[in-house]
Ligand binder design. Structure first.
Ligand SMILES: Nc1nc2c(ncn2[C@@H]2O[C@H](COP(=O)(O)OP(=O)(O)O)[C@@H](O)[C@H]2O)c(=O)[nH]1
Ligand SMILES: [Mg+2]
Length: 336
């Protein structure tokens, strides 16, 4: 299951109470104060984990609650600190405060990008001081101690940063970069997604009625990607963040491979990595249809993948990319 947004309740541990206690020895009838301090409550910590690619773990239990600190004890002993509660999140996780009543997203509190990065979402409460701290020259027997401070708490909205509405998957030279350029209203940009070492090219397609769709060309999918060959995992993690997948095929077989073999290999990589990703809406973009001999290949492709939608395209010639552009309007647009 791929979970890309959810509401989470987080509560850090309360601080332990300071205590009132008196030194008691057999032959010391009236001992001074020796009540210890309470321990600090545990923090709720978010940690970017390279092996986590969705917010799935939180989905089943959208609560992050850290342990309280223990109360102080006699002989000036400080209570044990509460254990931190650490939530593993993928790189590219955004966290906003959430109003639990209206469900509205408030200010952004975290934008986690680097593997290993940590962020304290809720701070544990400080422990209260025990009565040994309240001794003064005039009051040598204070019956006073502080309660621990409450740990921070709140509701939060976690989401994964989207790369694009549609993401392209294909072998090198299939024409992905050319397609992004041909589809885009403006020059496609290298998107600044700090959580990826790959550099996705993202083009914006504009439609009448203030609609737009974004389409991304993320380099790097090769055979063996699911087993993390090359930048395989990195690629697959990021293609997870596209709503629709476009499998781009070189119908001219420019590199000597047949397009149906390429498609089978690409689908295998995707399925081996994640079943969820394999179930994501997808279609075939049969590219380079301007080249001689591609009609025959298209027939074979259609026979082999009968139930899959195939859109013909060419980035250099008629029929161009209009059909793809139209289809993406139905599948992937959102308000500008
Ligand atoms: N004939 C033809 N060549 C294309 C088409 N699209 C891309 N190419 C060429 O195929 C090569 C690879 O294209 P590119 O967009 O860089 O592929 P990418 O590696 O998938 O990004 C380049 O030489 C392009 O000019 C097309 O529709 N028709
Ligand atoms: Mg390219």
């Amino acid at each position: 299951m791929f979970v890309d947004h959810l509401k989470v309740y987080a509560k850090a541990g309360d601080g332990g109470n300071g205590v009132v206690h008196w030194i008691r020895h057999k032959y010391v009838p009236k001992g001074g104060p020796d009540g210890g301090d309470g321990g600090r409550g545990g923090h709720v910590i978010l940690k970017v984990d390279p092996h986590t690619d969705s917010l799935r773990t939180l989905f089943f239990k959208p609560k992050a609650i850290a342990e309280a600190g223990q109360a102080g004890a006699r002989q000036g002993k400080t209570g044990r600190n509460g254990r931190h509660f650490t939530v593993k999140v993928p790189a590219g996780t955004l966290v906003h405060r959430l109003d639990p009543e209206t469900g509205e997203k408030g200010e952004q509190v975290a934008d986690l990008t680097a593997d290993g990065e940590e962020f304290i979402l809720c701070h544990g409460g400080k422990g209260g001081r025990g009565n040994e701290h309240f001794k003064t020259s005039t009051n040598r027997a204070p019956a006073e101690a502080e309660p621990g401070q409450p740990g921070e708490e709140g509701w939060f909205f976690f989401e994964l940063r989207k790369i694009a509405d549609a993401g392209m998957v294909g072998f090198p030279n299939a024409g992905k970069s050319s397609l992004v350029a041909a589809l885009s209203a403006a020059r496609p940009k290298i998107a600044a997604y700090p959580f990826t070492t790959l550099q996705p090219m993202v083009g914006v397609i504009e439609y009448p009625g203030f609609l737009r769709a974004t389409v991304a060309d993320i380099p790097g999918l090769i055979e063996g990607a699911h087993a993390n060959r090359g930048l395989g995992h990195e690629f697959l993690r990021h293609i997870m963040r596209c709503r629709v997948l476009l499998f781009v095929l070189d119908m001219a077989a420019s590199d000597g491979r047949e397009p149906w073999d390429d498609l089978a290999a690409l689908r295998t990589e995707v399925s081996l990595y994640s079943e969820e990703l394999a179930r994501r809406p997808w279609l075939i973009v049969a590219n380079k249809m301007d080249v001689d001999g591609t009609r025959t290949r298209l027939k074979t492709l259609k026979q082999r993948f009968k139930r899959i939608e195939i859109i013909e395209s060419s980035t250099v010639d008629a029929p161009g990319v209009d059909a793809l552009k139209e289809r993406l309007q139905e599948l992937a647009t959102r308000p500008r």
